[in-house]
Design a protein around this ligand. Structure first.
Ligand code: UDX
Length: 480
């Protein structure tokens, strides 16, 4: 049937950094494979980087790509340090541009490429202005918070923590004390497991606290909230969030759902495109092929974490001293004040491993040679590791990472959390615990069991599978 103005057409707008982009690209691809028209709107810079670094963008008939300026001067490098500026600029400077674009796409009867007018928006939850824009032009808007449900729930509890007097912390408090203001986590969530900026807050007026509290509550103004999680992982948080935001879809892990869709449809090009913003070094897979099972420690801290030189040295010597083989992702902008030279790449003795700038991470984690993942506990990395049954050694930095790593060690028991203590001796000790003897066998068994439970939830009839189909049906009924 030819498209008409009621044909569901979703415009998806991701936050312009790797983790959220991966999540939203996967959702875009899944919705398009499921028969909805989808436009993925990126910033010009992200779009250009995607085109330069990916083997190809997915060529799916109902999926198209568009881009807009992010409002910052063109010559500003969009490296790790500028991400907040980009988001702020998009919320403020690009508002008018977005308004005009959305209105045109809503009113256009048919665009030249045969796509119908847009009928629904899905925007990253960190763009509250998008929810208002959508209201102004009378389009239904869903908010997608790409980090964990447990972190979203902690942000929604900021008012309660303030009311309880549990925030701000004040000077010299015991960071190991358990907090009571996040219902469902009273037994295990310590002050040090709350998002790192909670520690710096001096008063209830702290700008970051206010921003995160407001942005999180804003999701309730949207028609629904999408979370990339599975109930089997975060049922308590999802349950509490639903009490405040009743239309909440817990439909992850999206990358695993996409993989199963691709294999069910025997997509032959399944691995030929990625949403990587960096060129992937696929040679590392050949190196992994030469290693024995579970013998390699994979180290990666995502797309915008940076390390001080001191942290870099502690990690470096801790890893070397463990004596295990290492595959380490060090982005060129990753170590503050240290130029990424051949010297760094050669710093690791050849026989002990490889330092490279970017990997095809999902394939690395799926490789039989990888025995544990030293991670910053970014949510996508955490989910990818869980699905592959790879135990994690967590070195969290900011935002949701502190709480994700607590769940890894205390709730799912698939790893260790070296939060706040960053020295070479602890790195060495924990790497050994993750890689050697009975403790390693225990972690691997728990990780395999958790992977099975999560895979169950995305299979036919599982909770994430049902939630994904509920989302599709709701988008269709919003489009009428
Ligand atoms: C950020 C925050 O760090 C994180 O806490 C939050 O949950 C989402 O936003 P990021 O730091 O990029 O994301 O981490 P993460 O969410 O783990 O995403 C990184 C993505 O990059 C993963 O999908 C991972 O597979 C991919 N990646 C990473 C690669 O493809 N290759 C690499 O070498 C490293």
């Amino acid at each position: 049937m030819a498209p008409n103005k009621h044909t569901p057409h979703v415009l998806i707008f991701p936050y312009p950094s790797q983790g959220p982009l991966n999540c939203m690209m996967r959702l875009a691809e899944l919705l398009a494979i499921s028969g909805l028209h989808v436009t993925l709107l990126n910033t010009n810079d992200t779009h250009l980087r995607l085109c330069l670094s990916s083997a190809s963008l997915p060529a799916i008939p109902l999926l198209r790509f568009k881009s807009i300026p992010d409002g910052l001067p063109e010559d500003r490098p969009r490296d790790a340090s500028l991400l907040r500026d980009v988001a702020e600029s998009l919320n403020k400077n690009s508002r008018l541009l977005l308004y005009d674009l959305l209105l045109a796409m809503k009113n256009d009867e048919y665009s030249s490429d045969g796509f119908p007018p847009i009928t629904c928006l899905i925007s990253d939850g960190f763009f509250p202005s998008f929810v208002d824009l959508a209201e102004d032009i009378r389009l239904p808007c869903l908010s997608f918070r790409t980090p964990s449900a447990c972190s979203m729930w902690a942000y929604l509890c900021i008012p309660k923590l303030l009311e309880n007097g549990e925030l701000p912390f004040g000077e010299g408090v015991d960071l190991d004390e358990v907090v009571q203001g996040v219902p469902g986590m009273e037994g295990f969530l310590r002050r040090r497991d709350l998002p790192e900026f909670f520690r710096g807050a001096k008063s209830a007026d702290d700008p970051q606290l206010k921003f995160m509290s407001t942005v999180s509550a804003y999701s309730s103004k949207a028609k629904g909230l999408i979370l990339n999680t599975a109930e089997v992982l975060e049922s308590t948080s999802v349950h509490h969030i639903r009490a405040q935001i009743p239309v909440t879809y817990a439909l992850g892990p999206l990358h695993a759902i996409l993989d199963s869709y691709r294999s069910a449809r025997s997509c032959t090009d399944a691995s030929s495109h990625t949403s990587s913003l960096w060129q992937e070094d696929t040679e590392c897979l050949k190196w992994l092929d030469l290693q024995t099972d579970n013998s390699v420690v994979y180290v990666s801290f995502g797309s915008f974490t940076t390390l001080t030189q001191e942290e870099f040295h502690e990690l470096f010597f801790g890893l070397i001293n463990s004596g295990h083989k290492i595959l380490w992702v060090l982005r060129p902008d990753m170590v503050q004040g240290l130029a990424w030279t051949d010297e760094i790449k050669r710093a690791l003795p050849e026989e002990q491993g490889r330092i490279i700038s970017w990997t095809p991470q999902q394939k690395v984690l799926a490789h039989r040679a990888v025995g544990c993942f030293v991670t910053h506990s970014g949510w996508n990395s955490t989910l990818e590791s869980i699905v592959e049954g790879v135990p994690m050694l967590c070195w969290p930095f900011f935002l949701d990472q502190q709480i994700n790593s607590r769940f890894v060690s205390e709730i799912w028991r698939v790893g260790l959390d070296m939060k706040d203590i960053r020295n070479r001796d602890l790195v060495e000790k924990m790497v050994r615990e993750m890689m050697e003897g009975e403790s390693a066998a225990r972690f691997r068994k728990s990780a395999r069991d958790l992977a099975d439970a999560v895979k169950e939830s995305i299979s036919d009839g599982g909770s994430s599978f049902r939630e994904f189909h509920r989302l599709i049906e709701d988008i269709k009924s919003m489009s009428i």
